[in-house]
Design a protein around this ligand. Structure first.
Ligand code: 5GP
Length: 126
């Protein structure tokens, strides 16, 4: 089954510059920008410029160049904002996908959260 990409999603609008963003790093394939409702002192979203819905969609369908570039940008953001685990105190990478993952924006994005202790990864469900 093919993923259906909604080009009216908010990150598609950011990529078309219809909505402003606070850019942290930008390359030909990738954009990293500050989350509008930060959940931690550092909260950056890294998105590919291509039309991918989830992490697994990106991993399955993106070119090697896009995948390599995306991952290099993740590392650049961590260095730039001081949340790498060697020079800084670490961070958390999160990517929500689909209904069970409670993904709000249907354009693949990786959250980078840091700048404070983040607690355990998941709370036990009822
Ligand atoms: P999700 O729940 O899909 O993993 O996360 C979507 C994220 O996008 C949320 O953390 C939310 O705060 C962020 N977000 C939603 N709309 C905007 C926007 O217009 N600009 C920015 N910078 N972030 C947004």
């Amino acid at each position: 089954m093919a993923y259906a990409y909604d080009d009216q999603n908010i990150f598609a609008k950011i990529l078309r510059k219809e909505i402003p963003n606070k850019t942290v790093v930008e390359t030909d394939h990738t954009l990293a920008f500050e989350d509008i409702y930060p959940q931690a002192p550092v909260h950056v979203l890294v998105i590919p410029k291509g039309a991918y819905v989830t992490y697994d969609h990106f991993a399955e369908s993106a070119s090697d160049a896009e995948i390599a570039d995306f991952n290099r940008v993740v590392a650049q953001v961590c260095r730039k904002l001081g949340v790498s685990a060697d020079e800084g105190q670490g961070c958390r990478f999160i990517s929500n996908a689909g209904e069970h993952g409670v993904q709000e924006v249907p354009h693949y994005h990786l959250h980078i959260l840091g700048g404070r202790p983040l607690g355990r990864m998941l709370q036990k469900a009822d």
